[in-house]
Structures are given as structure tokens and as C-alpha cells.
Design a protein around this ligand. Structure first.
Ligand code: B1M
Length: 210
């Protein structure tokens, strides 16, 4: 599809208005919000990630791409949210301390809301105290943590260990995600499950909340 290609180029170039326009056109053409999200935006960001890794793109450019992606997600959020049945459960989610990546987490939040979960989003750079406080305040079934850096992902264990010390670990389902994680890591930190992407997070949450 030429438009999808164009949108991925626009995302790469950090052209927010153009990306948002592309999202609207695909929706008008009858695309589902989920397909617009995954096929146009997430795939576009994957390409950005490759060139960032290879030193072709730098932080300022990637920030613009991220901002463009957020523009597109802003349009899709209410559409994804209205498709779901309500009151399936509650989730507190946040990116761990030292880590400011939030696109993946935001996507998980959107999809969880779409599936009928209430989501309390703690944002980025969360120290263990923030998680514990939120669990106490909101009493969710699920705690979700996101990390995109190999240097920040070990912090998930700090949080789970603190939950154990406080005798509350088993009161919650702990789900973890982020590009550098895997199943073995999730098990090692004492989480209940690793979620490869937002769709898997929704499936896993539904399954474990039952
Ligand atoms: Co950063 N960055 N970044 N970055 N960045 C990565 C992660 C990196 C892989 C790029 C690369 O080198 N190829 C690399 C990490 C290398 C490593 O640790 N091994 C990296 C680096 C090095 C850095 C900096 C250190 C760069 C620097 O300053 N020199 C710096 C660190 C800042 C910090 O956090 N302290 C940095 C900064 C940034 C920006 C600010 C420029 C920007 C973030 C903007 C923002 O988020 N608001 C950015 C971006 C955009 C990326 C890449 C290109 C894209 C991440 C993204 O949004 N992906 C990324 C490359 C990559 O991941 N391949 C990269 C799209 C998103 C939909 O996918 O986040 O994976 P993802 O989320 C998925 C799943 O992982 C899962 O579901 C999501 C949806 O399907 N998931 C969960 C995620 N969280 C979940 C939680 C759950 C469940 C599932 O809970 C239940």
C-alpha cells in the first residue's frame, strides 16, 4: 500500500501532521484502528529503531518520530477504547526508573482500555515507591512494568522483591514487557508473565484475571 509506505516515511522524517492525516485517511478507507496502529505506526517505528541502532538516526530525530507516532496514537486511542466491554479488571502500569521510553507502554494502556480494563498509568521513570504507593491506592489486579533498556530492565526485580518483602507479591498479577525482555527474564525477576506486545498483554491479562 502506497499510503502506508508514505506514512512510514513521514514517521521516519518526524512529520506529525502528515502521519495524523494518514491515520485519518486509512480509517476513512475502513481500516480497523488496530491495523492502522500495528501496520502503519508500529512497523514504522520498528524501521526507525533499526536506523537508530545503526547510527543513521540520532536522538533528536527519533524524538520527532516518537512525537509523530504519538500524534497518530492520539487519534486511535478513543477508537480503541470504545470497542471493549467494561469492567474486566484494573491495571497499574509504568515504565521503570531510569527509563523514559513510553510509546510501548502507552500502546499497552490503550489496548487494555479497549479490552475493558481500567488503566492507571504512572508514566515514565518510576522508582519502586511509586509502584507500591499506586498498588496500595488503586488496588488493581494487575501490575504492569515496561523497560526498553538493558540497563533498566533489572529494576523490575527491585520492584518484585520489594513486593515480596512487603508480603504483597501474591496479591497481584505482575506482567512485564519491553523490547529487550524475554520469557526467561520475566521468570528470573519473579513476574507472572512476559508480554511480547500489546495484544499478548491483553490476552494474558484476561487469562490470568479469570
Ligand atoms: Co531509545 N533506545 N534510547 N529512545 N529507542 C531503544 C530502546 C534502542 C533499542 C535503540 C537501538 O539502539 N536500536 C536502544 C536500547 C539498547 C539497549 O538497551 N540494548 C535505545 C537507547 C540506547 C536509547 C538512549 C540510551 C539513547 C541515548 O541517549 N544515547 C536513550 C535512553 C533514554 C532513557 O530512557 N533513559 C534513548 C532515548 C530514546 C528517545 C527519547 C529518543 C525515544 C523515546 C521516546 C518515547 O518513548 N517517548 C527512543 C525511541 C523511540 C527508541 C526506539 C527507536 C523505539 C521504541 C518504541 O517506541 N518502539 C527503540 C528501538 C527499538 O525498540 N527497537 C529505542 C515502539 C513500541 C510500540 O514498541 O516499546 O517495544 P515497544 O513496546 C511494545 C512491546 O515491547 C510491548 O508492547 C509494546 C506494543 O506492542 N511492551 C509491553 C512494552 N512495554 C510493555 C509493558 C507491558 C506489556 C508489554 O506491561 C504489561
Amino acid at each position: 500500500d502506497e499510503l502506508v509506505q508514505q506514512m512510514q516515511d513521514d514517521l521516519y522524517d518526524g512529520l506529525k501532521e502528515e502521519v495524523m492525516e494518514g491515520v485519518n485517511i486509512l480509517l476513512e478507507r475502513g481500516w480497523t484502528p488496530y491495523n492502522v496502529l500495528t501496520i502503519a505506526l508500529v512497523e514504522g517505528m520498528r524501521i526507525v529503531g533499526i536506523d537508530f541502532r545503526d547510527g543513521i538516526l540520532f536522538v533528536p530525530e527519533v524524538l520527532l518520530a516518537a512525537n509523530s507516532m504519538k500524534g497518530g496514537m492520539h487519534i486511535l486511542r478513543p477508537l480503541l477504547a470504545e470497542t471493549g466491554a467494561k469492567q474486566v479488571g484494573k491495571m497499574v502500569i509504568g515504565t521503570v526508573k531510569g527509563d523514559i521510553h513510553d510509546i510501548g507502554k502507552n500502546l499497552v494502556s490503550m489496548m487494555m482500555e479497549g479490552a475493558g480494563f481500567e488503566v492507571i498509568d504512572l508514566g515514565i521513570n518510576n522508582p519502586v515507591e511509586k509502584y507500591l504507593e499506586a498498588l496500595d491506592t488503586h488496588k488493581p489486579e494487575i501490575l504492569g512494568m515496561s523497560a526498553l533498556l538493558t540497563t533498566t530492565m533489572p529494576y523490575m526485580k527491585v520492584v518484585v522483591d520489594a513486593m515480596k518483602e512487603n508480603g504483597i507479591r501474591d496479591d497481584y498479577i505482575v506482567l512485564v514487557g519491553g523490547a529487550p525482555l524475554n520469557e526467561a527474564f520475566a521468570e528470573a525477576v519473579g513476574a507472572d508473565a512476559y508480554c511480547r506486545d500489546a495484544a499478548v498483554a491483553v490476552e494474558t491479562a484476561k487469562e490470568l484475571v479469570k
